[in-house]
Write a protein that binds this ligand. Structure first.
Ligand SMILES: NC(=O)c1ccc[n+]([C@@H]2O[C@H](COP(=O)([O-])OP(=O)(O)OC[C@H]3O[C@@H](n4cnc5c(N)ncnc54)[C@H](OP(=O)(O)O)[C@@H]3O)[C@@H](O)[C@H]2O)c1
Length: 319
């Protein structure tokens, strides 16, 4: 099969599309014909070597497709089932082996392409808005990169929960997308904390910050006393070490650095979040915006575009 491998870590040119042996499902695993793979920042970190990439060094942590074989002991998933997955390496490929315990069977109204476009960022949005901070009616919420993959989903779900959403974006085109997703106020990054204070008085209840280094200080300054900064990513680079006493001086603030694994650590939690997410998608309450689809051969361009802020919404690889 064709797959994207990283023989040695580096920039996007480190990735090669090459023939590798078909993977074989072991006990408790299923083999999937991949319909689409999601492209995510975590794939960049695996490519660069910031996160470990074990052999066979095939990149990609999110995908969906149709089960073509099952290993010994798999009883609840059968050949022909359509499944999706997150946080399992190897999805930038024509076939992938997934532990049955992590496979999410897709409901009728959700295609594999939509599942590959919404699972990782949608489950992340679910835990950030329902668990990390349970958004309440009337909350003021700041969403950075509001036209990005995470940003468009966070904006829509925060609106579903009755929040007022303030968003940052870098271009007029991105502003249009963020507003179409429901953002009430959208502005650029320059002086965003002042904008937030002007609009809210005391600041927002929660900031969802996946940008990291470039926005961290402004995010803290945007919070009301006892507000929460959910620093869930670092698209602009990691936040440097930080003196915790500053949280006291700024109003008894909270900062957390969450990730999806901690919020989907049991099969029950994974499936409960996926059920609700797919329910929103099937009912039309949550729109999935796929901005770019690339063939596997264009994987380098896909990473370059994501890293250079040239994408909006979701980016997919089609094997
Ligand atoms: N913790 C978790 O569980 C979890 C799960 C999923 C994703 N994430 C994180 O969430 C973040 C967003 O992921 P995503 O896939 O949805 O990406 P994305 O938001 O679609 O793309 C990143 C966006 O960040 C903004 N940005 C601001 N400064 C940037 C810079 N210096 N370099 C690059 N981008 C910059 C850009 O939007 P503007 O042009 O509008 O500024 C860019 O489009 C990533 O850090 C990712 O690692 C975390």
């Amino acid at each position: 099969m064709r797959a994207v491998v990283v023989p040695s870590h580096g920039d996007s040119s480190a990735m090669e599309v090459t023939e590798v042996p078909d993977p074989v499902p072991g006990p408790g695993e299923v083999l999937v014909e991949v319909a689409a793979s999601g492209v995510n920042f975590i794939d960049v970190y695996h490519r660069e070597g910031r996160y470990p990439l074990p052999p066979p060094r095939v990149v990609g942590s999110e995908g969906a497709g149709t089960v073509s074989a099952v290993g010994d002991g798999v009883t609840d998933i059968v050949v022909g089932d359509r499944v999706g997955w997150v946080n399992i390496l190897g999805s930038y490929a024509e076939k992938a082996v997934i532990p049955a315990a992590r496979a999410i069977v897709l409901p009728g109204g959700v295609s594999p392409e939509v599942a590959a476009a919404v699972l990782l960022q949608g489950l992340t949005t679910h835990y950030l808005t329902h668990s990390t901070h349970e958004i309440r009616q009337g909350d003021d919420v700041l969403v950075h990169a509001a036209a990005g993959g995470m940003g468009l989903l966070l904006t829509q779900v925060a609106k579903l929960r009755g929040a007022r959403v303030l968003g940052t974006v870098s271009t007029a085109e991105k502003e249009k997308l963020a507003r179409a997703a429901g953002a009430d106020e959208v502005f650029g990054y320059d002086g965003f904390a002042e904008c937030v204070k002007d609009l809210t008085g005391s600041g927002v209840h929660v900031v969802y910050d996946g940008v990291g280094a470039a926005t961290f200080e402004g995010s803290l300054a945007s919070l009301r006393p006892r507000g929460l900064l959910a620093l869930y990513g670092a698209a602009s680079g990691p936040v440097p070490p930080f003196d915790l006493q500053r949280l006291n001086q700024a109003g008894g603030l909270f900062v957390t650095r969450p990730s999806l694994g901690w919020y989907t650590s049991t099969r029950e939690e994974l499936l409960a979040r996926a059920d609700e997410l797919f329910g929103w998608v099937a009912s039309g309450a949550l729109k999935v915006h796929v901005s770019q689809r690339y063939p596997l051969e264009d994987v380098r361009r896909a990473h370059d575009d994501l890293e250079a802020r040239r994408t909006t919404g979701k980016v997919l690889l089609i094997p």
